[in-house]
Write a protein that binds this ligand. Structure first.
Ligand SMILES: Cc1cc2nc3c(=O)[nH]c(=O)nc-3n(C[C@H](O)[C@H](O)[C@H](O)COP(=O)(O)OP(=O)(O)OC[C@H]3O[C@@H](n4cnc5c(N)ncnc54)[C@H](O)[C@@H]3O)c2cc1C
Length: 384
């Protein structure tokens, strides 16, 4: 078993780290306080190909579609500096662009995927509704066929990139088979009449990332905009989430890593009782536990990515990675604030932001409870 990264993967880590430290780090606190993604950083990120990481070059992407570990490394390194950016690019690429690459027709790829992969347009995956959160089967946004067009009505909430996106994947009810709803995923261009953006959420963490409500009132969608086939929305939706979870896990590895590095630096610098606080066993044990948690999370995340790249069933491993990594980030950022004492609660120290950002990750892309449910169901059914 070989745990080493390839030379290319090491290079990707080095380049992304340098990029994130140079372009994102100097304005990360300001972006958080202003709840705003800097347009200049957006342009720089497009040039780096971060919006099309997992898309083949022929469709305008960076060509890492068979190297999910590299996609994880990029997401991790951006998340290490600012989770608002890693959720923006991660969600855009993993749960909007990638599904169009995976399930879309050639025509859909030409029309929608290329601008997404180049970062010319921003993407959304819209599943959650007021009455459909963990229970995706509760979707009430619906569509009926009228001639050659589907007519969409309803609303989605908590959509990452919602207020700034131009291409949406919308999970919609298109029928009922017995007790089960028939769901279909539509590709929606936000310029379509009847579409509007509702409330933009004011959040605890990842504050710079845009989280918005999407409203559909008699939005007419051409038949060609069905992703996959009519009625395949539940299956496709689950596959989209399986893939997205690996990237959200990677983001959490980055957050945990940031908390660990900040804590090591502070523990070596801060002097109390005449010596650095890192010399006290109570602080040392926290640092050790953070290191173990982050490393476990990284291993699970890379393993899920490796399974994905090697054509293995990776859904359970992705859930394990997302669960472990989000809880590791929460633990590490919690301990980082504790190690920083009163300063850890102040805006002047980044650990305050890391702590708020980490809490978000235990909720989005499936809460920790839902990850445990998914993992337990698989284990009880199939064993280990
Ligand atoms: C910042 C942010 C970004 C997001 N981005 C997107 C996005 O881009 N697209 C999108 O579609 N959605 C997005 N979401 C929505 C997110 O995926 C949901 O918030 C999440 O799935 C939980 O749904 P809910 O908020 O309705 O909570 P609920 O489902 O109402 O859950 C409430 C509580 O009950 C628990 N619970 C529910 N069911 C069970 C069960 N069976 N067993 C045990 N416990 C259970 C949950 O774990 C949770 O603790 C985002 C959310 C946030 C906060």
């Amino acid at each position: 078993m070989d745990f080493s990264l390839t030379e290319k993967q090491k290079m990707i880590r080095r380049v992304t780290r340098e990029f994130a430290e140079k372009h994102i780090a100097p304005i990360a606190e300001e972006s958080d306080q202003q709840s705003r993604l800097d347009p200049q950083v957006m342009e720089e990120m497009k040039k780096m190909g971060y919006f099309g990481t997992c898309i083949p070059k022929e469709y305008g992407g960076a060509g890492l579609h068979e190297d999910t570990i590299s996609f994880c490394i990029i997401t991790e390194e951006i998340g290490r500096i600012d989770a608002s950016w890693s959720i923006t690019t991660g969600v855009h690429a993993s749960v909007c662009a990638y599904p169009i690459y995976k399930f879309g027709t050639e025509e859909q790829k030409q029309k929608f995927l290329i601008p997404l992969a180049k970062g010319e347009k921003l993407g959304v995956f819209a599943l959650t509704e007021a009455n459909a959160g963990s229970d995706a089967g509760g979707v009430e946004t619906n569509a009926y066929l009228d001639g050659d067009e589907w007519v969409l009505n309803g609303s989605k909430i908590f959509a990452t990139n919602g207020g700034i996106a131009e291409t949406l994947l919308v999970v919609t009810k298109t029928g009922q088979k017995g007790k089960r709803k028939e769901l279909t995923v539509f590709i929606v261009d936000t310029n379509t009449p009847g579409y509007s953006v509702g409330v933009r959420e004011d959040k605890l963490g990842v504050r710079a990332s845009n989280t918005s409500e999407l409203v559909f009132q008699d939005v007419r969608i051409p038949k060609e905009n069905v992703l996959g086939s009519v009625g395949s929305g539940f299956r496709i939706g689950l596959q989209i989430l399986d893939y997205g979870r690996i990237l959200m896990a990677a983001q959490c590895v980055g957050l945990g890593q940031a908390a660990l590095e900040a804590s090591i630096k502070y523990a070596n610098e801060r002097v109390q009782f005449g010596r650095p606080i890192g010399s006290f066993q109570g602080v040392q044990w926290k640092i050790a536990d953070m290191g173990v948690a982050v490393e476990c999370a990284r291993l699970l995340t890379y393993q899920a990515a490796w399974m994905c790249d090697n054509g293995l069933e990776y859904g359970t491993m992705g859930s394990m990675a997302k669960l472990k990594a989000s809880e590791a980030a929460m633990q590490a950022t919690h301990d980082a604030v504790q190690i920083h004492g009163g300063y850890g609660l102040m805006k002047a120290y980044a650990v305050e932001r890391y702590f708020r950002d980490a809490k978000m990750a235990e909720i989005y892309e499936g809460t920790s409870e839902i990850q445990r449910m998914v993992i337990a169901q698989k284990l009880l059914r199939r064993g280990y």
